[in-house]
Design a protein around this ligand. Structure first.
Ligand SMILES: Nc1ncnc2c1ncn2[C@@H]1O[C@H](COP(=O)(O)OP(=O)(O)O)[C@@H](O)[C@H]1O
Ligand SMILES: [Mg+2]
Length: 614
């Protein structure tokens, strides 16, 4: 493994050159981009809901109204049928009256008047029968019980003509001469002698309209087309029946019967045309909501002679309708607002999370940049210190050399003194050389190549080198585990580090004390990772507590001839191996340095040879 550790630097130019703005994009505006589309969609859904509810309500209301109009149509038919049955029963009963039959058979007008009048009075009073005719087989009027002074005219009404042609009773609505709409029944009177003539009975439908009003609580307006009713006759009828009306109120039609006087002003020609087209009409008048529908009015011959306008007060229905629409709208708005608020709340949280994340990224980047800047500054200041130290270390001997050389020039006549001075100059030169050698050794650390090696071998080689270098016999003891310990290390760097520790130990040892090198298994104090501690213990003077934390700083030395680089190298080598170095003063005197190295390949420890153990 090759690793250029000492010169390794993060790419500062790259790190410092990064622009903060460009690298951290602004946080997304989630709320602004999602809120409006969501609000629009929600509004659309709720509007659709309210509209559907409205149309369903309208349908329900119209169905209720249509049902009422159908009920009116049915009741009109039922009443007409019922009254027709009554009239038919009366006619049958009358045919059993011998006196009336005799008078009719002999066409005795006076006798007929006398005999039939009491019956007519009862029918008029009790059953609202308004007309009773006796006509000859030739359809010439014999007697009008309701208008006795009028007689002798030919009857040409459809019902009478049909009764003769069909020789059967015929009934139906017919417009009277005065513009009154009458339900008529005409029946032939057959006797043993043959056909006596035709009896005709009728009732005005005014009371029928009132009865329907009372039963179904609707107002009715009976309109007749003007083409079937001359104006003069209508006016005549108005005067005779003491009624009120305006011929010109409608262009095409005229009112002949009604339950409410006067008719609402809103009912005009346009509305009638619309009603005839089958549409329903709703309008408001005097704080009331009124609904209009129209039924056709056919006479006995099947012609549509007019219309029956049905009007119903639907104020209550309309109020309920409006109230339910307002409730639905309010509820929808409330639900919509609530959902919108929930959504807003959720988006707000998302956006805040985004913002927080963005701020963190920003801070991280800022810290990174700051860190790189500090590193750069530290390196520059370390470089400055180093240059200063080197200059200082080299300057002293060089100044000495210059001074000594000047002295030598001056005292060149004295060969003994000159030799002394030259010896001094040589020593100063050697000091420079020693310093430069240690600097070069320091620089070697830049190359880092690891491979598996038995630690005992590394230690033995270093001790050998140490013995050759150090004069005087300082005993070195080794304390190693029984099995070999094989680790992935750079043996050159590790030897270098261990050598520095041994030299320091030797320099600190004043008396007889031995140097002890041990290797023992030890897990990392912080991470708990398995590893080994290589320790060097001496019995020297120890390190003053106040400088204990400075000994690893580059160029820190307490020795006159020291460079202060030895322990820096040790620390750097330990770090290159993912380890660390520690120092402690021992209670029994002396110092212990320990290099902790991680366990790299446990399998190798058992296979490796048991070498270098003493
Ligand atoms: N074993 C030791 N016992 C006492 N002091 C030591 C020991 N090792 C190092 N030191 C102290 O640490 C200083 C720095 O050591 P080092 O970095 O090797 O530089 P140098 O040996 O050039 O002084 C030494 O000057 C010395 O004061
Ligand atoms: Mg040293």
């Amino acid at each position: 493994m090759a690793f250029v550790g000492w010169r390794y630097q993060p790419n500062l130019r790259h790190t410092l050159g990064v622009k903060l703005k460009a690298s951290v994009p602004p946080p997304r505006r989630v709320k602004a981009s999602l809120m409006w589309p969501f609000a629009l969609v929600l509004t659309f859904i709720l509007t659709a809901f309210v509209a559907t509810a409205y149309f369903l309500q309208v349908q329900e209301r119209d169905r209720a109204l249509a049902e009422r109009v159908a009920a009116v149509a049915k009741l009109v038919d039922q009443k007409l049928d019922k009254d027709t049955h009554l009239m038919r029963a009366v006619l049958l009963a009358m045919q059993g009256n011998i006196a009336i039959a005799a008078a009719f058979g002999s066409q005795d007008r006076a006798a007929l008047l006398r005999e039939a009048d009491p019956l007519f009075q009862i029918l008029h009073a009790e059953h609202r029968i308004t007309h009773l005719y006796f006509n000859s087989p030739e359809l010439v009027n014999l007697v009008r019980l309701h208008s006795p002074e009028q007689f002798g005219d030919a009857i040409t009404r459809t019902t009478t003509i049909q009764a003769r042609s069909q020789n059967a009773s015929v009934h139906g609505l017919e417009l009277g001469a005065l513009g009154t709409l009458t339900l008529r029944l005409v029946a032939p009177w057959q006797s043993a002698q043959g056909l006596l003539g035709y009896v005709e009975m009728g009732e005005e439908i005014g009371h029928l309209v009132n009865e329907i009003h009372e039963t179904l609580a609707v107002d009715l307006f009976v309109l007749v087309d003007k083409q079937f009713l001359p104006a003069q006759q209508w006016h005549q009828g108005l005067a005779l029946l003491k009624r009120q009306g305006n011929w010109d109120h409608f262009a095409q039609q005229v009112l002949v019967a009604q339950t409410r006087v006067p008719a609402p002003v809103a009912i005009d020609d346009a509305m009638l045309t619309a009603l005839r087209g089958g549409a329903n009409q709703v309008f408001s008048q005097d704080d009331k909501t009124l609904h209009l529908a129209m039924l056709p009015l056919d006479d006995a011959s099947g012609r549509r002679i007019g219309d029956l306008v049905v009007m119903r007060d639907i104020s209550g229905l309309q109020q309920t309708f409006q109230r339910s629409i307002v409730t639905v709208t309010l509820l929808s708005s409330l639900v919509g607002t609530f959902v919108l608020w929930l959504f807003y709340f959720a988006l707000d949280r998302v956006e805040r999370d985004y913002q927080r994340q963005h701020d963190l990224e920003h801070q991280l980047l800022r810290l990174g940049t700051e860190h790189a800047r500090i590193l750069q500054t530290e390196k520059l200041s370390a470089l400055g210190t180093m240059v200063g130290e080197i200059a200082h270390q080299l300057n002293n001997p060089l100044v000495g050399v210059v001074n000594l050389a000047q002295l030598a020039v001056r005292e060149a006549d004295d060969p003994v003194r000159t030799r002394e001075l030259l010896a001094e100059i040589r020593r100063a030169g050697e000091d420079c050389h020693t310093f430069i050698t240690s600097m070069l050794r320091f620089a070697k650390v830049s190359k880092f190549e690891c491979h598996a090696i038995d630690m005992a071998q590394v230690v033995n080689e270093t001790v050998l080198m140490f013995r050759q270098t150090v004069q005087g016999r300082i005993p070195v003891e080794l304390n190693f585990p029984k099995t070999s310990v094989v680790l992935e290390v750079d043996p050159i760097l590790l030897r270098h580090a261990l050598f520095n520790l041994l030299i320091n130990a030797a320099q600190a040892t004043e008396g007889e004390g031995a140097i002890v090198i041990s290797l023992q298994a030890q897990s990392h104090p912080d991470t708990g990772a398995p590893g080994w501690a290589l320790t060097v213990r001496d019995h020297g003077r120890g390190i003053a507590p106040e400088i204990l934390d400075k000994v690893f700083s580059p160029f820190f030395t307490t020795r006159r001839e020291g460079t202060g680089l030895g322990l820096s190298v040790v620390q750097h080598v330990a770090l290159l191996h993912q380890g660390f170095v520690s120092v402690e003063n021992l209670s029994e005197g002396g110092t212990q340095f320990a290099i902790w190295l991680p366990q790299t390949n446990p399998k190798l420890n058992h296979d490796a040879q048991d070498t270098g153990r003493r």
